[in-house]
Write a protein that binds this ligand. Structure first.
Ligand SMILES: C[S@@+](CC[C@H](N)C(=O)[O-])C[C@H]1O[C@@H](n2cnc3c(N)ncnc32)[C@H](O)[C@@H]1O
Length: 287
């Protein structure tokens, strides 16, 4: 595992924020309206409107992010003990201040964490327990719908090597991921793609707007999509299934228990794992 200090060489936020509009302009042409549900299209318009011309320092508090990606703190008593019992370095729980996320003190320590960081670590650790695979086993990891980049930040932190990471998302979220992950990891570790064909850079976090999915050359070991591919249009799901999960043998998806897409994922060899009584009606699908 990398030391937390290794992971804290971020690029200054003010420098990135000044260049955000240019980065967004580069990826904006690479959306795909056939992939995006109307509710996400609306959130994207609102997010773009409010982040331009320069994103505020507390951009993670925007409703399109905060209400969708920060879970309620009532999950903490259920997830935090599980996570703490399994990690060897509690600095993994430290919440970067980038974006002004809501934080809580980690009991018995001087670390501030967040319900979201605990929730994302919980997913990764439950995946490891359910499959017997480790995040370390995956050299190339593809995520569909990565929010602001919280899970991929933790994948990088947990991994003992330099994994090649790819996140597909809508253009404004690809730009937000560039802003957040560059500020946390350092801009040199993040690549925002804006032209075909997309050849992910080895050992970096590659951000790919969904309009470029068809020309992305990637062979994944692990495919992740938590509450995202099921929130995309059927055409997006068909594209991912037609690509055989980008070649991944191992899968981690999360969605509502009644979601009709679950049948397709089970058909691909995944099995269903209920998240827990504290989050009724939600499930992981893992392989
Ligand atoms: C509910 S959020 C979940 C984010 C993250 N996976 C998590 O669990 O916190 C849904 C994510 O899917 C993305 N998304 C929505 N429609 C999408 C589409 N058609 N293609 C790719 N990503 C999409 C959103 O931008 C967002 O990043």
């Amino acid at each position: 595992m990398h030391s937390a200090d290794d992971r804290r060489r971020g690029t200054p936020f003010a420098d990135l924020a000044r260049r955000f509009a240019d980065r967004l302009a580069a990826v904006r042409p690479h959306g795909d309206v056939h992939f995006v549900r109307p509710d996400w299209a609306r959130r994207n318009v609102e997010l773009e409107r409010d982040l331009l011309p320069t994103p505020p320092a507390d951009f993670l508090r925007h409703p399109s992010i905060a209400f969708q990606m920060f879970v309620n703190e009532r999950l903490l008593p259920h997830e935090l003990p599980y996570v703490r019992a399994r990690i060897t370095d509690e600095r993994l729980l430290a919440e970067p201040p980038v974006g002004g996320p809501p934080t809580v003190p980690l009991p018995g320590s001087d670390i501030r964490t967040s319900s979201n960081t605990v929730h994302q670590l919980f997913h990764l650790l439950r995946y490891q327990e359910a499959t017997g695979w480790r995040i370390d086993d995956a050299a190339t990891i593809v995520e569909w719908g990565g929010g602001f980049g919280a899970l991929m930040r933790l994948v990088v932190a947990m991994h003992s090597g330099e994994p090649t990471c790819v996140i597909f998302d809508t253009p404004v979220f690809s730009a937000v991921q560039w802003l957040y992950l560059s500020a946390v990891l350092g801009e040199e570790r993040v690549v925002l793609h804006h032209a075909s064909p997309v050849r992910p850079v080895t050992g970096r976090v590659n951000l790919v707007p969904i309009g470029l999915v068809g020309t992305t050359e990637v062979d994944a070991d692990l495919f992740i999509s938590n509450w995202a591919l099921n929130e995309s249009m059927a055409k997006a799901r068909e594209a991912v299934v037609a690509r055989h999960w980008f070649g991944a043998d191992s899968l981690l998806l999360a969605m509502h228990a009644g979601d009709p897409f679950a049948g397709t994922v089970l058909g691909a060899g995944a099995r269903m794992v209920p998240i827990g009584d504290f989050l009724p009606g939600q499930q992981y699908l893992v392989a």
